[in-house]
Design a protein around this ligand. Structure first.
Ligand SMILES: *Cc1c(COP(=O)(O)O)cnc(C)c1O
Length: 365
């Protein structure tokens, strides 16, 4: 559903970020993560650009997302990270599931055999994330029993970092150690060459990755680094709307629900048609910023479902219909998803998915 805000998505920045990644990782094959509608950027156009740029594979969370990509004409291999047992789709749309347990492997194998085919799968090992995956202490025997299944073919082995974004690398290194040990014990016993991958954005940008065959980043493709340094990445998304109304309020006027803001002096308040229903968090109440005519202006009062008020007293000539930038650049000023995340007590991932998924998208090549 599209409401007022418009998200302009700059696909040339995607290309730029992919080049930065390829430089840093010495051209390792890329499994590009496009789950949650490409982190709010629109999965099909983003995937199309990534396909043109030659990524090895795409990764989504659920089969419904993969189906949308196939129906949108995407042909590169697609990894489905979080299996829910939607077996039909794996076969119908030529998808590669990630398997987390033997039971699912067996079920898939039986289905493949009954269809007279063999399904490539990637196996996930839990090396310390504590989410999904074969338990590390049983991984070797589990993998070896899955190798025996006639209907599945192990094409990849993977794991996931819990805290590769921290300056303290010790836990990430411990996870790598566990993964490599399992891999070594398996070497020569899985039959075919399998690709091993573990690195999300943070690890791709900061950890030595010898011993891995591919990287699996999401966030950095969209122009944000989970690390302290931005690494030269360029954000893709600009989110804007237009001033709905301008109010001239006397000193002492309350603004919005609960009168949490009261003007201290005669003020010009602009009403902006974006609210928490558009993914603009209520945590931005008396705490957010927006750009109008290149000036940073504060959110005043509580964010409503559809509307937010900003104080434009300091903006020369602010008028109804003026562009309001919620995320991105205007006349050299910038509001980044990292800044918004800091203000709302969350992470850029959540800012991008909440704002992007509700907005009408326009693409710039
Ligand atoms: C989301 C996800 C990624 C990508 O993580 P980023 O931090 O966005 O790079 C990689 N692997 C798995 C399993 C994921 O769920």
């Amino acid at each position: 559903m599209n409401r007022g805000p418009i998200a302009e998505i700059d696909l040339s920045a995607l290309q730029h970020n992919l080049s930065i990644l390829r430089n840093i990782t010495s051209e390792k094959p890329v499994i590009a993560v496009v789950k949650a509608d490409a982190y709010g950027h629109g999965a099909v156009p983003v995937a199309q650009r990534l396909q043109d740029a030659g990524v090895a594979m795409l990764a989504v969370a659920f089969t419904g997302e993969a189906r949308k990509l196939r129906e949108g004409g995407i042909r590169v291999p697609i990894l489905v990270l979080f299996d829910r047992g939607d077996m039909e789709d794996y076969f119908a749309f030529d998808l590669t599931p990630v398997i987390h347990d033997r039971r699912t492997a067996l079920r898939l194998s039986n289905e493949a055999v009954s269809r007279g085919c063999r399904l490539p799968v990637h196996l996930k090992i839990d090396t310390g994330m504590g989410r999904v995956g074969l338990s590390a202490d049983q991984a070797v025997s589990d993998v070896l029993s899955i190798v025996e299944l006639p209907g599945v073919e192990i094409a990849g082995l993977m794991s996931h970092f819990s805290e590769a974004d921290l300056a303290d690398r010790s836990y990430a290194e411990k996870q790598i150690g566990i993964f490599q040990k399992i891999r070594q014990e398996l070497s020569g016993r899985i039959g075919k060459a399998v690709i091993c991958h573990m690195a999300n954005s943070a690890a791709s940008l900061s950890l030595p990755l010898e011993g891995f065959d591919a990287v699996r980043p999401g966030l950095l493709l969209y122009g944000y680094s989970p690390l302290e340094t931005q690494c030269g990445l360029r954000p893709l998304m600009k989110l804007s709307t237009k001033v709905l109304a301008i109010r001239n309020l006397a000193a002492g006027s309350p603004v919005g629900y609960g009168r949490t803001f009261v003007t201290k002096k005669p003020s010009i308040i602009a009403v902006v048609p974006i609210g928490y229903a558009d993914g603009f968090s209520r945590y931005f109440s008396n705490n957010g910023v927006m750009l109008v005519r290149g000036v940073r202006v504060p959110v005043v009062g509580r964010v409503c479902m559809d509307l937010t008020m900003i104080d434009v007293t300091g903006v020369d000539g602010a008028a109804e219909g003026d562009e309001v930038v919620v995320l991105g650049q205007q006349c050299g000023e910038t509001i980044s998803a990292a800044e918004l995340a800091g203000r709302a007590g969350t992470i850029p991932y959540e800012i991008l998915t909440s704002l992007g998924n509700m907005a009408k998208k326009e693409y710039i090549n």
